[in-house]
Design a protein around this ligand. Structure first.
Ligand code: BMA
Length: 402
C-alpha cells in the first residue's frame, strides 16, 4: 500500500480502525443506515483533502479481450483491466441498472444483475464503494434512453419523446408503469446485503447528463420543474420502498460551461441530492501544425471545459455542503501515452474532488475503452498515476464507512 498524504479530517476518517464488518446496521436520524451517512461524511471530507478515489465502470466483469464467467462464483471480483495494469482494483466500481426496469435478468450491456449484486457486495467487503447509473428505457415509446437512436429507429415517434417525463409524473399515462420500474430498482437496492446482515451503501446516479438533450430526460425534452419532479418522485418512492442505503448524485454535462445558475437550473434540492458532479469527457484537440514546436503538449494539458466546470462544481458543492466528484470522464481509446499524469491528474490537483470515474472497457467494441489494459500505450503512465500520492485505489482504503 502506498503512503497516503491526507488532510487531517480525511486521514481520521479513512484510516480509522477496521472496515466495520459486523452485523450492527442501525439507522441514523435521516432514515438511512449510519454506514451510509458516514460514507457521505467521508466523501465530503475527501473534497477537503488532496486525495480522490479512482473508479472504473464495469471494471470487474469484463475488459479488453476477456469477460468473467458469470456462471462461476469463483470469478467474482477477480479480474480487472486496471488491476492487470497496476496490481490493484479501483477504489470505486460503477455498474448500470439499464433494463432492470424491464424485469430483465441482464443489463443493457449484457451483464447479469445477479453478478452486479455479487460484485457490489464483494467490493464493499474489501472496503470499496460502488456507484450505479441507470440508462433506462423510455416508458412512453418503449425505446432506449437515447433520443437520436430512438428517432432514427422510429421516426414517427420522435415528437412523443418530449412527453416522456411529464407522462410519468403524477396522473400521467405512464405513471403507474414507471412506479413499477422504480420498485424494481428499490428491490435491487434493498437486496444489496452482506451475508453478515449489512445493507451495502451505494451512490445512485440516475437522470445524468440532463443538461444535454441526447437522453429522453434531457434539457430539450422537459421543463426544469418537470425534471425536478422526476427526481422527487424517484427519491421519495425509493424511500417509501425502504431503501436506506442509497446516496444520490446529480451529474450534469458540460453545458453549464462554468455558469452556476445554469448548473443549478434543474437541481432538485439539497434534501434530495448528496453529491454534486460533472460528466466531462476529454476530446482530442486538432492536430498541431508542423510549425508548432511543442508537439501539441500545451494544448493537451489545457482541458478548458473540465477546468471551468469542475472549479464551479467544487465551489457550489461546498456552498451546499455536498460532496463533489468528476462523475464520468475519460479519453476514448487513450491514444496519448501520458494522458493520466499530464492531463487528468493536474486538473484534479487544482480542484479537489471525492472521486473520478472513467467509463467502461467495452469487450464488444474494442475501440470503446477508457482505462488501460496490459500493453495499451498509456499503461505505464497509468502506473505513475497509481503511484501518485493523490490517487486512492482499493488497497488504500480502510474506513470509508467509519
Ligand atoms: C455508453 C456506451 C454504451 C453503453 C452505455 C451504458 O456510454 O458505453 O455502449 O451501452 O454507456 O453503459
Amino acid at each position: 500500500m502506498k503512503n497516503i498524504i491526507l488532510a487531517a479530517a480525511a486521514l481520521a476518517a479513512l484510516t480509522a480502525c477496521t472496515n466495520g464488518k459486523s452485523n450492527h446496521d442501525p439507522l441514523a436520524d435521516t432514515g438511512r443506515t449510519e454506514r451510509t451517512e458516514r460514507l457521505l461524511q467521508n466523501l465530503r471530507q475527501l473534497g477537503d483533502s488532496a486525495v480522490y478515489l479512482v473508479g472504473h465502470h464495469d471494471d470487474t466483469v469484463y475488459g479488453i479481450g476477456w469477460e468473467a464467467d458469470y456462471t462461476a462464483d469463483s470469478t467474482v471480483h477477480q479480474r480487472s483491466d486496471i488491476r492487470s495494469v497496476c496490481g490493484d482494483f479501483p477504489a470505486l466500481l460503477s455498474f448500470d441498472l439499464g433494463h432492470l426496469e424491464l424485469g430483465d435478468a441482464q443489463n443493457l450491456d449484457a451483464v447479469p444483475f445477479s453478478r452486479i449484486r455479487q460484485e457490489i457486495i464483494a467490493h464493499f467487503d474489501h472496503g470499496g464503494l460502488t456507484t450505479l447509473s441507470w440508462h433506462l428505457n423510455n416508458p412512453l415509446t418503449g425505446g432506449t434512453s437515447w433520443i437520436e437512436e430512438e428517432s432514427s429507429r422510429q421516426p414517427s415517434s420522435a415528437g412523443r419523446q418530449e412527453g416522456a417525463v411529464p407522462a410519468i409524473l403524477a396522473d400521467g399515462p405512464t405513471h403507474n408503469l414507471f412506479i413499477t420500474w422504480l420498485d424494481r430498482v428499490a428491490d435491487f437496492l434493498n437486496s444489496l446485503e452482506t451475508p453478515y446482515g449489512v445493507r451495502v451503501p451505494v451512490l445512485f446516479r440516475p437522470w445524468h447528463e440532463h443538461t444535454g438533450s441526447w437522453f429522453w430526460w434531457g434539457a430539450d425534452h422537459c421543463t426544469p420543474e418537470q425534471y425536478k419532479a422526476l427526481w422527487q418522485l424517484t427519491v421519495s418512492r425509493l424511500r417509501e420502498q425502504g431503501v436506506v442505503n442509497a446516496l444520490y448524485a446529480y451529474s450534469p454535462g458540460t453545458e453549464p460551461d462554468g455558469n452556476v445558475e445554469k448548473y443549478l437550473e434543474r437541481y432538485p434540492g439539497d434534501d434530495i441530492i448528496d453529491l454534486m458532479g460533472l460528466d466531462c469527457y476529454y476530446k482530442a484537440p486538432p492536430q498541431p501544425s508542423p510549425t508548432e514546436t511543442d508537439g501539441g503538449r500545451l494544448e493537451r494539458t489545457e482541458w478548458t471545459s473540465l477546468e471551468k466546470n469542475i472549479a464551479m462544481v467544487c465551489r457550489v458543492a461546498k456552498e451546499h455542503d455536498k460532496a463533489a466528484a468528476l462523475t464520468e470522464t475519460g479519453f476514448e481509446g487513450l491514444p496519448v501515452p501520458d494522458w493520466w499524469t499530464a492531463t487528468l491528474a493536474p486538473v484534479l490537483e487544482r480542484h479537489p474532488v471525492s472521486y473520478v470515474l472513467v467509463w467502461r472497457n467495452a469487450r464488444e467494441r474494442p475501440t470503446h475503452f477508457f482505462a488501460p489494459y496490459p500493453g495499451q500505450q498509456s499503461a505505464s503512465d497509468f502506473v505513475r498515476f497509481y503511484n501518485d500520492p493523490h490517487t486512492l485505489f482499493l488497497r488504500d482504503l480502510n474506513g470509508l464507512y467509519q
